[in-house]
Design a protein around this ligand. Structure first.
Ligand code: ADP
Ligand code: MG
Length: 258
């Protein structure tokens, strides 16, 4: 069977060698991670792979462990990763601290966005550019975010919710970025703003940026995504294409309440 031959072709036993990396290992991989807040066992053996440039929707009910999974990947410190592995381009993220994961190109945009008060839009972006590595230039950012260009001299925290979300995403792009982790980016935003953020995410996809989007608005996340992972009480309940979730009424009812 050709499928088996194909799979076998891509399997490696040991460490990947230069040149075969792209074919033999996924761009980003989470393998059986277990993470705890103190003694609370929250992320209970989550695994998934992402190809470069893919958008993955990480879904599940409130409390399913989505934020905890993103924080574990970004090495936020809390929850604590006690077992399992996380790899980006063959580098072991599970051994990294938060600043090292950021240096490896992993950028988390948390739910509360954390725009810095007292700084303009541009100063928020410039501060992000201070981080090591090559991020996007202001010119490039403003090309994709015309609203931010218009408001560049305005204090960041005075922007609308949608504009603050755009600034938070732009700030991640101002750093050296490979993997963008978005935690509920559409929360509280009007549909027209959600569409504008979707447009931006569509634009950055062909540039090779890989995205994980966590959203309560599962339909909006799925229409943007290539693939989906559904979490249920800290475990993976489903992995497949975004289309499969949109077409599967039972799955949607059981885990997403849509
Ligand atoms: N700082 C924390 N300390 C202890 N438990 C936490 C903490 N943060 C989240 N939890 C618990 O972990 C579980 C998963 O939470 P979370 O990852 O935020 O879920 P989701 O983002 O899917 O809504 C929930 O039961 C939540 O109560
Ligand atoms: Mg959450």
């Amino acid at each position: 069977m050709s499928a088996i031959t194909m799979d076998n072709q891509f399997v490696t036993d040991g460490a990947p060698t230069a040149g075969t990396l792209e074919r033999s290992t996924p761009f980003f991989s989470v393998r059986d991670i277990h993470a705890y807040y103190g003694e609370s066992y929250i992320v209970q053996g989550v695994s998934f792979d992402i190809r470069q440039g893919e958008i993955l929707a990480l879904l599940g009910r409130n409390g399913a462990g989505k934020t905890s999974t993103l924080r574990t990947i970004a090495r936020a410190g809390d929850p604590v990763l006690r077992a399992g592995e996380i790899w980006i381009e063959g580098k072991p993220v599970h051994h990294m601290k938060a600043h090292e994961a950021a240096r490896a190109g992993i950028q988390l945009v948390p739910e509360d966005r954390r725009i810095i008060a007292g700084l303009t839009v541009e100063e928020n972006l410039e501060l992000a550019q201070v981080a090591p590595g090559r991020g996007w230039t202001l010119e490039r950012i403003y090309g994709h975010f015309p609203r931010l260009a218009e408001r560049r001299r305005q204090e960041g925290v005075t922007l609308s919710g949608g504009e603050q979300q755009m600034l938070a995403i732009a700030r991640a792009l101002a750093r050296d970025i490979k993997l963008l982790l978005l935690d509920e980016p559409y929360e509280g935003l009007a549909p027209v703003i959600v569409e504008e953020i979707e447009r931006i995410l569509h634009e950055i996809k062909p540039l090779g940026i890989t995205t994980v989007i966590v959203e309560q608005n599962a339909v909006a996340a799925l229409r943007l995504s290539d693939r989906a992972v559904i979490l249920d009480t800290g475990e993976v309940a489903f992995t497949g294409s975004a289309r499969e979730v949109l077409d599967n009424t039972e799955l949607r009812h059981e885990y997403l309440a849509i």
